[in-house]
Design a protein around this ligand. Structure first.
Ligand SMILES: [Ca+2]
Length: 383
């Protein structure tokens, strides 16, 4: 939040450095005309900043009309928003290179540092985790694993100003085939950020998060905080940045609202017979929902190494392993609830596997976790 005095000082510095800068690359030289000049008024500077976000004037008008925001205050807020080149860079799709590799992905998340940190987190927050499990039906280890994958227990929550990242992606998304849909999504998130900040009595510019605007221990988008966030420590506000307890309750509530069923398993190994191999495309899950009854799967040539519960539905999941054979799994509605958190089989499977590993390590420490093990037991994840 630059004051006019700082701006003048910065101009002075730029002037002193000009001879040196001309010797530098074109990129550096091109940036000079964008610096404020001493004759610019603050409204010039505001216009200059907002020009980086085409369509923001209309957006501000909509926020004023739809939600009663003060137009001038919103202009003042967005005048302080900085365009984030880094956010633009990070949302660009990775160039097609190596084939997808589940085992390599898994190795990044199901590893000793996260497992040990997960056990420590569980021990420290045993009471809240047991309370969430009781209230929402989501096992402690799933909540622990999600926080581990998302932020390594609050260590990596992101240092972007959320409003910088979201405004940049909402109004200056890079050229990609899904650009219009993504900009629409991020405009919705800017709207939700403004509403969340107003409801919470905080400055929207004070919010920090990932390059995509995800906030706090569980990396919730602003829309998810408003829709599914829970004040689980009952201090009167939802704070996913400073309250791991709020994060625990919010994750459990999110999963319940996205179809989590208490006591249901998550995944089973799948074996594909010749009949299934020949019509794989039709069987592979595309809608992130569990759609097949076990009897239907058996007819189609898909079985498991254990007997599947007859009364729940499954979706067939493929986990590609680079040049190694693809792994096939059958996911229940609980597996697909995790994919609503992050729309990726790899993501949901690493949460599932990290949860198993954390539970195993946690159970191996009975003397430390005496209190936690009193938590109501749930059916373990069956493989
Ligand atoms: Ca709270």
């Amino acid at each position: 939040m630059k004051t006019p005095r700082h701006a003048v000082l910065r101009v002075a510095c730029v002037c002193l450095l000009l001879p040196a800068l001309f010797l530098l690359s074109d990129v550096t030289a091109q940036e000079i005309p964008n610096k404020p000049s001493p004759t610019q008024t603050s409204s010039d500077r505001t216009a200059q900043r907002l020009a980086k976000f085409p369509g923001i004037h209309e957006f501000i008008g909509q926020m004023a009309a739809k939600h009663g925001f003060d137009r001038d205050e919103l202009f003042a807020t967005f005048a302080q928003v900085r365009h984030s080149k880094q956010a633009v860079q990070l949302v660009r799709p990775a160039p097609p290179s190596k084939p997808k590799n589940w085992q390599a992905y898994r190795g990044r998340f199901v590893e000793p540092v996260r497992i040990e940190a997960g056990v420590r987190f569980w021990n420290k927050h045993a009471r809240d985790l047991a309370r969430a499990e009781k209230q929402y039906g989501v096992p402690a280890e799933i909540i622990v694993a999600i926080i581990g994958v998302e932020s390594i227990y609050g260590r990596h929550t992101g240092n972007f100003r959320v409003l910088d990242a979201l405004t940049t992606l909402a109004f200056d998304y890079p050229e990609t085939p899904n650009r219009a849909a993504r900009m629409n999504f991020f405009r919705g998130e800017v709207e939700q950020t403004l509403l969340f900040a107003r409801e919470s009595g905080i400055d929207p510019l004070s919010l920090r998060g990932s390059y995509a605007g995800a906030i706090g221990w569980p990396q919730f988008m602003p829309s998810s905080i408003r829709a599914h966030g829970v004040d689980f420590d009952r201090d009167g506000k939802i704070d996913l940045r400073k309250s791991p307890t709020d994060a625990i309750g919010s994750i459990a509530n999110f999963l319940l609202r996205h179809g989590w069923k208490r006591g249901e398993p998550i995944v089973f190994q799948a074996q594909l017979g010749a009949a299934a191999q020949s019509r794989l495309e039709a069987l592979l899950n595309k809608g992130l929902e569990a759609t097949f009854w076990p009897a239907e799967l058996e007819l189609a040539g898909v079985t498991s190494n254990v007997e599947l519960p007859a009364n729940i539905r499954f979706g067939l999941i493929d986990l590609q392993n680079g040049h190694e054979p693809t792994e096939y799994w059958l996911g229940t509605g609980n597996f697909f609830a995790i994919t609503k958190y992050n729309r990726s089989y790899f993501y949901a499977m690493s949460v599932t596997e990290l949860a198993r590993a954390v539970r195993a390590a946690h159970n191996a420490e009975p003397e430390i976790t005496a209190e936690a093990t009193k938590a109501p037991s749930v059916a373990p994840n069956v493989r």
